[in-house]
Design a protein around this ligand. Structure first.
Ligand code: SF4
Ligand SMILES: [Zn+2]
Length: 122
């Protein structure tokens, strides 16, 4: 599943979808393995596999910025990596900290503007 397949319509409007989750009767500890426990994470993931509300569950976790446990077939670290807010980082040109709007943005806004001005032919 990619972010392209995740839309606003997937965000659940009520909590009833949870009742259809494969993990409903599973010990919550099973769905919250130690992040380094590969076997445990694989086990939790296999419970999500084929879960009828996987899309809603993932959308809900992303919206709530819930990075605990396996949800929607992804670990918390995977959800943060794919859908989390980019963290502030130093600009590749002026070294001042800025919050990138995309993960690939290297330069802060003002530096990007200046660089573009120099690049584009007049
Ligand atoms: S996708 Fe996984 S965590 Fe979410 S309801 Fe289904 S089994 Fe539970
Ligand atoms: Zn800069």
């Amino acid at each position: 599943m990619s972010i392209a397949t995740l839309t606003r319509a997937d965000a659940p409007t009520d909590a009833n979808w949870r009742l259809s989750g494969h993990c409903l009767d599973v010990d919550p500890d099973v769905m919250h393995p130690d992040p380094r426990d590969r076997h445990g994470n694989g086990q939790a993931r296999s419970i999500c596999n084929g879960c009828p509300v996987q899309t809603q569950c993932l959308a809900d976790a992303v919206r709530a910025r819930d990075y605990g446990g396996v949800r929607g077939g992804l670990t918390g670290a995977e959800r943060r990596e794919r859908y989390g807010q980019p963290k502030p980082k130093p600009c590749g040109t002026c070294q001042q900290k800025f919050t990138p709007r995309t993960r690939t943005q290297v330069n802060c806004g003002p530096c990007a503007k200046t660089l573009n001005r120099h690049r584009s032919p007049r």
